[in-house]
Design a protein around this ligand. Structure first.
Ligand SMILES: Nc1ncnc2c1ncn2[C@@H]1O[C@H](COP(=O)(O)OP(=O)(O)O)[C@@H](O)[C@H]1O
Ligand SMILES: [Mg+2]
Length: 482
């Protein structure tokens, strides 16, 4: 049955089946039409002879049959061959017959006599003298006297039968022959059409993670197969890009983890080199804790992103008022400015509602505020605000910090991308904060954009789909300002 599973075989079989049905139908039609027209022409011939004979019969029929035969030969131009003629009176008694009948007689059926009495012509096919005969029973009418006599003309159907047998033989031999030729042609065509599929099969089988740069050669034609090749090549390209990203991500992640580990190892080795006063040990431990915190944050961020990538990070959606969210996040952010000369304020509308995950939205806001403070200048201002914008609610975090160069803006949302690596590291950054923010905004059906002027500051805008206030919440007044 494996053989049937091949498209090539299935295509050819269907092709043969449809052609077989068409040819059989066609043959049946040809045979039917041919036999109809042959029988019709026989009937026509015997009718003509009957008419000629009927017209030769004088009203006072004394004419002997040999006269009629002679008369007929004169009118038709030759002696009618293989035709039997018989003359009957109204009651069916034989009045005369052609010489070729000798001592035999044509059969006269009761039905034919009945029809003749009514003036109706009857055609019959009967097996007589060992051969099939077509017999016409033709009533001869005379004006006033009604049916005068009956003419019977019979002719052999052997010729017709022979012609039909020959036709049947031709059809029976042509149909299988045509099917054999068609199946060979079908297999050839199917092979030709499906050849590129074998090539696609061979190359795609060769592709592994090690040679993702391989591509299936595009056929010269612009048909479904070339579209298929394009689709496969597009898929391989996307896979190649994803693979490269994963490799890059793994390399970056290991590098990020390697740095604090090297520092930890170096410090521990240094601390252990000789006996030291407790004060120095405490300083080493404090420094180690800093690196451990950095690593913990990095691992947490990596975990969030990898879960987001595999779709395992579900959002717990609920109606959220952005003013409440900012308010609760503000307390956490306040400690970030404790040792910095930066002023953190917020003002927001009370009716800014979205459907979202409270924990993730807080995480996004915290990351943005942390960046704004981290990259702020001394005495800079950081402002958190909200705005209504058509179908969206905007959450804005504006700072008066170092700003971002326009050439860096397209990359800042990429994983591990940092404009100033050492500054970011010093401030405890992992280079993953904005990637997480981007994922959170998009997972909420929104996006994140940035406007920045180097030296003047940046403004990050999160676009979140607006939602109606839940019916059980009364509309609040103007937002707080700190
Ligand atoms: N408010 C900002 N002002 C200036 N640069 C910023 C700001 N926010 C982000 N950046 C730049 O974008 C980079 C990526 O940010 P992020 O993903 O949060 O990483 P991290 O904060 O760990 O460095 C930062 O390293 C910094 O160069
Ligand atoms: Mg950050």
């Amino acid at each position: 049955m494996k053989f049937i599973q091949s498209v090539r075989v299935r295509l050819t079989l269907w092709y043969i089946f449809i052609l077989g049905c068409t040819l059989t139908l066609f043959s049946m039609l040809v045979y039917y039409q041919m036999s109809r027209s042959l029988y019709k022409s026989v009937d026509h011939k015997i009718l003509t002879i009957s008419e000629v004979i009927a017209s030769s019969l004088s009203p006072h029929s004394n004419s002997v049959f040999s006269d009629i035969e002679r008369d007929l030969a004169k009118k038709v131009g030759r002696q009618p061959t293989a035709k039997f003629i018989q003359l009957l009176d109204r009651s069916g008694n034989i009045g005369g017959k052609s010489l070729n009948l000798r001592n035999k007689r044509l059969p006269v059926s009761y039905k034919a006599l009945q029809n003749a009495a009514k003036g109706v012509i009857t055609y019959e096919t009967k097996e007589v003298f060992g051969e099939p005969l077509r017999i016409i029973t033709y009533p001869v009418k005379r004006k006033g006297t009604g049916i005068h006599s009956i003419v019977q003309v019979a002719t052999s159907l052997s010729g017709v039968k022979e012609t039909l047998t020959q036709l049947l033989f031709i059809l029976f031999s042509i149909v299988p022959l045509a099917l054999i030729i068609a199946s060979i042609g079908g297999i050839f065509l199917a092979n030709k059409v499906l050849k590129p599929i074998n090539e696609i099969n061979r190359i795609t089988r060769e592709i592994t993670s090690k040679n993702l740069e391989l591509r299936v050669p595009k056929p010269a034609t612009h048909d479904e197969l070339s579209q298929l090749v394009e689709t496969i090549n597009g898929m391989i390209q996307r896979l190649e890009e994803s693979f490269k990203q994963i490799q890059q991500f793994t390399a970056d992640a290991s590098h990020e983890l390697k740095t604090p580990l090297t520092i930890l190892k170096g410090e521990a080795e240094l601390a252990l080199r000789k006996e030291r006063p407790p004060e120095e040990y405490r300083a080493y431990l404090r420094s180690s804790l800093e690196e451990i915190n950095r690593m913990t944050r990095l691992v947490q961020d990596l975990l969030v992103l990898s879960r987001a990538d595999t779709g395992r990070l579900a959002l717990h959606r609920e109606p959220i008022n952005l003013a409440t969210l900012i308010n609760s996040c503000f307390d956490q952010c306040r400690f970030l400015v404790e040792d910095r000369d930066v002023q953190l304020t917020y003002h927001c509308q009370a009716d800014a509602w979205v459907i979202g995950d409270k924990y993730r939205l807080k995480q996004m806001l915290f990351n943005l505020v942390e960046n704004a403070i981290k990259y702020s200048k001394q005495k800079g201002k950081v402002v958190i605000s909200t705005a209504q914008n058509g179908k969206f609610v905007n959450l804005l975090v504006k700072d008066e910090g170092v700003g971002i160069d326009s050439k860096d803006i397209p990359y800042i949302f990429d994983r591990f991308y940092r404009v100033d690596k050492s500054r970011s590291r010093e401030a405890g950054g992992t280079g993953l904060g904005l990637s997480i923010c981007k994922w959170i905004a998009e997972a909420h059906g929104g996006r994140i954009t940035v406007q920045s002027t180097p030296g003047l500051g940046s403004c990050f805008t999160v676009w979140l789909p607006k939602s109606q206030a839940p019916s059980n919440v009364a509309e609040g007044g103007k937002g707080d300002e700190v």
